[in-house]
Design a binder for this molecule. Structure first.
Ligand code: TPP
Ligand code: MG
Length: 385
C-alpha cells in the first residue's frame, strides 16, 4: 500500500479555480500594422513634427549611403545598414526625452545619431578603433550591442533601478526579428512585465536574420503577439510609416513613464541592403521582393503626405538635401583622417583588474612593439597612422 492509498492520510484540496491574471484582450496587437500616413488621421498631424521627421529621414538615408561607401573605400570595417529602416531609427530617437536611455543594436547607429551622437563616434566601434566610441552616460545611449538581445536585460535592469531610485527614466531597447528567438529576449520581457519596469521593447522586423527569413524564425502570429504571453501590451505598426512609428513609440514611452509598465512594439519594415557589406543578399532573396518594398519607401510615403498638404515646396527639399550633403562631406573628411591609435589600448577598460592571461598577452604585445620600434621606428610610426 502506498502512502496515497492509506485511508485518511491524503486529503487533497480541490485545485483553485483558474482565472487569467490579466485580461489578455487589451494586450493583443492590431490584426494589421497600424498606419497613419495616407489615412484620414494624417490630416491631424502637426506640420512642424512632420517636417522635423522629414529632415531626419533625408539625413538618415544619406548617412546610410555614406557609411556604406566608406566600407568600400576601406575606411570602415563593417556597416550594418539601416537603409529602408530609417523611419524606425528616427522615430525611436525622437520618442525619447533627454533623460531617457536608448539601448541600440549594431544596426542602430542612425538612431544614436538622430538622438544627437556625433556620426564619427557612432561608427568608431564598427571601424574597430576603440571600445564603444562614445561615453554612454553622457549621451544616455548604451554601447551598440553586437551579441543579439543582450541589450534587453541591460535595459530592464537600468529602467528598474531608475524606478527604485525615483528617477524619471524610460529605457527604449531595440532588437531585430532574429533577436526575439534569444533567451535574453524572454528573460528581459518576463522580468520587465513582472516588475512593471519602464521599458519599451522595439523590434524591427526587417524580414531577415542575415539569410533566415521570418517564416523560419517563428510560428507566432506576429512578433507583437509574444507580448501577451508576458502580460504586456503588444503593438504592431508599419515600420515605414514614420508618423505611425513615432506615435506608437511615443505612446509606449508615455505609458512606461506613467507607471504602466513595458510594451512590446513590432515594426514591420524591410532591410533594403544586404545584412552588412560582408553579405550577398542575392543568394537568398529575389530582386522582385526588394522592388516591392522600394515602392513602400519611408521617405516617399512622407513626401507624399507633405506634398498633399502643400508643406513640401522645392526650397524645403533643397535645404534638407544640402544639409544631408554637408553632413556626409563632414563624415567623409573626418573618417578619412587616420587616428593615432595605441595597440596597448586593446587591454584598457576590459577588466577593472586585469586577468593573469591578459597581463601575459599585454606583456607579449609590449615586447613585440618594442622590438618593432628598435628594428624600424619609422615603420612603426607609419603603421600607427
Ligand atoms: C548571440 C548571437 N548569436 C549569433 C550572432 C550572429 N548574428 C549576427 S547578426 C545575426 C542576425 C540577427 O538578425 P536580426 O535580429 O533580425 O537583426 P538584423 O540584423 O536583421 O537587424 C546573427 C545571427 C550574434 N551576433 N549574437
Ligand atoms: Mg532582422
Amino acid at each position: 500500500m502506498t502512502v496515497l492509498e492509506q485511508p485518511g492520510s491524503y486529503r487533497p484540496t480541490p485545485p483553485p479555480a483558474w482565472r487569467p491574471r490579466t485580461d489578455p484582450a487589451p494586450l493583443l496587437p492590431d490584426a494589421e500594422p497600424y498606419r497613419v500616413l495616407g489615412t484620414e488621421a494624417a490630416g491631424g498631424l502637426d506640420a512642424g513634427l512632420l517636417l522635423r521627421l522629414y529632415g531626419h529621414l533625408v539625413r538618415g538615408r544619406r548617412y546610410n549611403g555614406q557609411a556604406t561607401a566608406l566600407t568600400r573605400q576601406g575606411r570602415l570595417a563593417v556597416y550594418p545598414s539601416s537603409a529602408g529602416q530609417e523611419a524606425c531609427e528616427v522615430a525611436a530617437a525622437l520618442a525619447l526625452q533627454e533623460q531617457d536611455w536608448l539601448f541600440p543594436s549594431y544596426r542602430d547607429t542612425l538612431a544614436a545619431v538622430a538622438r544627437g551622437l556625433d556620426p564619427v563616434q557612432a561608427l568608431t566601434l564598427l571601424r574597430g578603433d576603440w571600445h564603444t566610441g562614445y561615453d554612454p552616460h553622457e549621451h544616455r545611449i548604451a554601447p551598440l550591442c553586437t551579441p543579439l538581445a543582450t541589450q534587453l536585460p541591460h535595459a530592464v535592469g537600468l529602467a528598474h533601478a531608475a524606478r527604485l531610485k525615483g528617477d524619471d527614466v524610460v529605457a527604449l531597447a531595440m532588437v531585430g526579428d532574429g533577436g526575439t528567438s534569444e533567451g535574453d529576449f524572454h528573460e528581459a520581457l518576463n522580468f520587465a512585465a513582472v516588475w512593471r519596469a519602464p521599458v519599451v521593447f522595439f523590434v524591427q522586423n526587417n524580414g531577415f536574420a542575415i539569410s533566415v527569413p521570418l517564416a523560419k524564425q517563428t510560428a507566432a502570429p506576429s512578433l507583437a503577439h509574444k507580448a501577451v504571453g508576458y502580460g504586456m501590451p503588444g503593438r504592431l505598426v508599419d515600420g515605414n510609416d514614420v508618423a505611425a512609428v513615432h506615435e506608437v513609440l511615443t505612446d509606449a514611452v508615455r505609458h512606461a513613464r506613467e507607471g504602466g509598465g513595458p510594451t512590446l512594439v513590432e515594426a514591420v519594415t524591410y532591410r533594403m541592403d544586404a545584412h552588412t557589406n560582408a553579405d550577398d543578399a542575392t543568394r537568398y532573396r529575389s530582386d522582385a521582393e526588394v522592388d516591392t518594398w522600394r515602392g513602400h519607401d519611408p521617405i516617399a510615403l512622407l513626401e507624399q503626405e507633405l506634398t498633399e498638404r502643400k508643406l513640401l515646396d522645392p526650397s524645403v527639399v533643397a535645404a534638407e538635401r544640402e544639409a544631408a550633403e554637408r553632413m556626409a562631406a563632414d563624415l567623409r573628411d573626418r573618417m578619412n583622417e587616420d587616428p593615432l591609435l595605441d595597440p596597448m589600448d586593446l587591454f584598457t577598460h576590459v577588466y577593472a583588474r586585469q586577468t593573469a592571461q591578459l597581463r601575459e598577452q599585454a606583456g607579449m604585445l609590449r615586447a613585440e612593439l618594442d622590438a618593432a620600434d628598435e628594428a624600424a621606428p619609422a615603420a612603426r610610426e607609419g603603421a600607427q597612422r
